[in-house]
Write a protein of this length. Sequence first.
Length: 350
Amino acid sequence: MSQLKDYLIMSGDIPCAKWENGELTVLNDKLLPLYLKRVHNAEMWLATRAIDTHRANSRLLKKALRLKEYNDISTVIHVNGATIIDNYWIRPLDSALNYQDIRFGNDYFANLALTGNYDSFNRAASLKNKRTPELTNTGSFEKCWKLIDGKWWMYKAANHDEQFSELFIFALGKALGMNMAVYERGEKCVRTLDFTDSAAVNFEPAFAFMGDNEDYADTVNVLNEICPQAVPDYVKMLFLDTICANPDRHTANFGLLRDTHTGELLSLAPVFDHNMALIARGYPKKAAKNDFLIALFHELTAGFPGFRKYIPSLDENLLEDIMDKLHMKVRTKEIIEIIMSRYQLINRRS
């Protein structure tokens, strides 16, 4: 039996589709979320927008909000399916709500979502306003949205080595001329500036158009069809992941930016999410010829030889300069050797 009754799927104040009696009727294909173009099921789409139930703090959050049902659909409906990073939401067919009515304007539940401490739980439970972007804040790490001077920042829990990996890779990508999401260091966390500027553009995660398929060549082929201008940045992102030993690039942590008015796909979104790369899970060994990520990147450039022009130049002086500016206690020489060995193997194979 369908959990979602009769709703309109909205893009801002424009109806994109109608979900009625378990059937999706498209009303505006240009603005329809890409996921619904691929999978004509509003319940499945909404489930992708729900907070991860495996996060301990998500259970505390739902308890403080006094939600009667903890399943993904009920959780998302509580906030009309709205998120910080796109302008999609749902409205009952008989409702007169508009987009401004359902947009988030406070971060009252941020500390509870990030820390899970009892004082924040107790304070959150006493609040009258129960609308929070945390219910649609996806991902497996404890995190929250904080509103600072009119801008949304994502705060994500991180230990020292996770902080270093996030901050170093951000700085390295930026130094190499890549489009990177902004990262800053916090107290036992890192924070990232919302690169959609409160849904001034829409973020379309890669699973919206790729499903769970992470294959590099398949992704390139799809991007060539729907947003060819994103291909160079996609290859550069894979290069950065490869030299920084990031095994956790998946279809939920990269994607495309989309014009909210026309639905046009604009570019690859700024690169984010490096907290399982480099030294975040311990110091990796120097790369060998059979390194899996290097082999995958080599397969891509062998299949698309023209992509070799997107590989930027890298030297030890640049890495040392970034290390000096971060002022974090790590095994600097070893990290530089790890990255340079991986870079040299990529160049040798290319």
